[in-house]
Write a protein that binds this ligand. Structure first.
Ligand code: N01
Length: 486
């Protein structure tokens, strides 16, 4: 193990790449990004399923310090977002900082040396400051269904799409109806012989105002960056206004639900099919999805919506609770991710042997979603309470980049060996989050990946994103216990 690096970042997705750029711009050069895969991109590298695209408009889905003005369309496809992130890493000199193939198994804070000892598949690496940028949606969940091992066909998770499997002429079973399935189903319908969609809970799917940008629009945006900034600000304001409905006043969602039902009736004329597609929980409780071709795909004769619960899998298909066996050549698990485990399965040991997983037994806690009492010099990006139901996560990440970078610079300036958030500061923050989240639509009668096992929401920021930007604008020295370097 060599001398400690100033900052080690875990993960080279949007969080890790943006953090490294921000630190370099702030003059912190001794930065190492550990990435377990052989390429960068995080979730935008992993999710290559047919139809993968972002449901946040392209103008909001880029760093403010690296604006892209030539997006091909309003809602960018996966390949274009990944290309953007690769370009950012290259143009901002981040690539030499990334160690690919370095899987982080855990990290231990050596209090005496005030150094994180990071245990990786390529040996131990020491860091003064450790930043986790591994995201919330990186561990696919495949449900344990009786008989799955007997299945003779191909089976894979939406985030591990097997492109070697030719789906043409196949009977495909898709399990799950979240954001991934809503993109996969219309992309496969008509390309495969038959598609069965296994739905446990219907989502709310509203219109997607997508369109390709014309050449002249891209030219104007490229030539006049001011237009780009205006367009970005306008889209941001539109999206931010949604927070009013989602969080501040869930009753407003009643109006949205009526609009949703009208549109569903237009897209699905069959009354019986439509009945099975109407959610019985308040709109916004789960993520509201956008698509213009999801419901039309379900009306096709070669697509069946199956709402009987899955009982088991056999060699040749799926059996539902009513005993019907439906043949399948391929099973696609669009069944989501273990989101609320956050840094798991890494074992993170802080001061006095505290282990993060054990500390978070009853739900993850972190001040501003970024710093954790008992874990000095550790910072989280996209941690607890920072996911959004209404706007771009990139905006939240940028708030976190600034906060972490300010902490690192303050440590340098004041010769600090370690800084650690005070427990009462963290408790106050978590209490405020709980107060707001317990009245929010996300805890209003549905199960979602925003919730930990006991049903409490630990993922989401319950407010406007500019309020988060304000809260993270400047680290407050009174919030931290500090230790000076010897
Ligand atoms: O995962 P999900 P996802 N038997 O957890 C069902 C982002 N994202 O990958 O609702 C049967 O939302 C489960 O049913 P239920 C975005 O933030 C963004 O789709 O729990 N079904 C649900 O329908 C998103 O929210 C984009 O009853 C089972 C589905 O599987 C997040 O990623 C695109 C089951 C899982 O849905 C996750 O989306 C894609 C079982 N045993 C993803 N277990 C865009 O930007 C689970 N399910 C467009």
């Amino acid at each position: 193990m060599g001398a400690p690096h100033d900052v080690v970042i875990i993960g080279a997705g949007f969080g890790g790449v943006g953090m490294a750029i921000t630190l370099k711009r702030a003059g912190v050069d001794d930065v190492v990004v550990l990435e377990r895969a052989e390429t960068l991109g995080g979730t935008w590298r992993d999710n290559t399923y047919p139809g993968a695209a972002c449901d946040v408009p392209s103008h909001l889905y880029s760093f403010s310090f690296a604006p892209k003005t030539d997006w091909s369309r309003r809602f960018p496809p996966q390949r274009e977002i990944l290309g953007y992130l690769e370009d950012c890493a290259r143009e901002h000199g981040v690539l030499p900082h990334i160690r690919f193939g370095a899987d982080v198994r855990g990290a231990r804070f050596d209090e005496h040396a005030a150094v994180w000892r990071v245990d990786t598949s390529v040996g131990e690496i020491a860091a003064r400051v450790l930043v986790s940028a591994c995201g919330q949606l990186n561990r696919p969940v495949v449900p344990e269904i009786e008989g799955s091992a007997q299945f003779r066909g191909a089976t894979f998770h939406s985030a591990r799409w097997d492109h070697d499997v030719d789906l043409r002429g196949k009977r495909v079973a898709v399990i799950g109806t979240g954001a991934s399935a809503v993109q996969i189903v219309p992309s496969l319908a008509g390309r495969v012989a038959h598609l069965d969609l296994y739905q446990r809970t219907p989502p709310y799917v509203i219109g997607k105002p997508d369109r390709a940008y014309r050449l002249w629009e891209r030219t104007v945006l490229g030539a006049f960056p001011g237009v780009h900034t205006l367009s970005r600000a306008k889209t941001y304001a539109q999206y931010e206004s949604r927070a009013v409905g989602f969080v501040v006043n869930p009753k407003l969602m009643g109006f949205m639900r009526r609009r949703f039902l009208r549109r569903l009736a237009e897209q699905v004329p069959d009354v019986e099919l439509r009945r099975r597609l109407v959610p019985d929980y308040p709109m916004g409780c789960k993520r509201v999805l956008i698509s213009d071709d999801y419901y039309p795909a379900l009306t096709r004769p070669d697509v069946d919506l199956v709402t009987d619960p899955i009982a088991r899998v056999t060699e040749h298909g799926v059996v539902t609770a009513d005993g019907t066996e439906r043949p399948a050549d391929v099973i696609v698990h669009a069944t989501g991710f273990a989101a609320t485990d956050f840094l798991a399965p890494m074992r993170i040991e802080g001061r006095d042997g505290r282990e993060l997983g054990a500390e978070w037994r009853n739900g993850a806690q972190a001040h501003l979603g970024i710093t954790v009492a008992g874990f000095p010099n550790l910072f989280l990006l996209y941690g607890p309470y920072t996911n959004l139901g209404h706007n771009s996560i990139i905006y939240m990440l940028e708030s976190q980049f600034r906060y972490v970078s300010a902490c690192v610079r303050a440590m340098r300036r004041h010769g600090l060996a370690s800084i650690e958030v005070r427990p009462r500061v963290q408790e106050r923050f978590v209490r405020a989050m709980r107060r707001r989240l317990s009245g929010s639509v996300w805890e209003a009668g549905c199960a979602s990946w925003y919730q930990s096992a006991d049903g409490t929401v630990v993922s989401n920021w319950p407010g406007f994103t500019f309020a988060y930007r304000r809260a993270t604008r400047r680290p407050d020295p009174r919030h931290f216990r500090v230790r000076r370097a010897a």
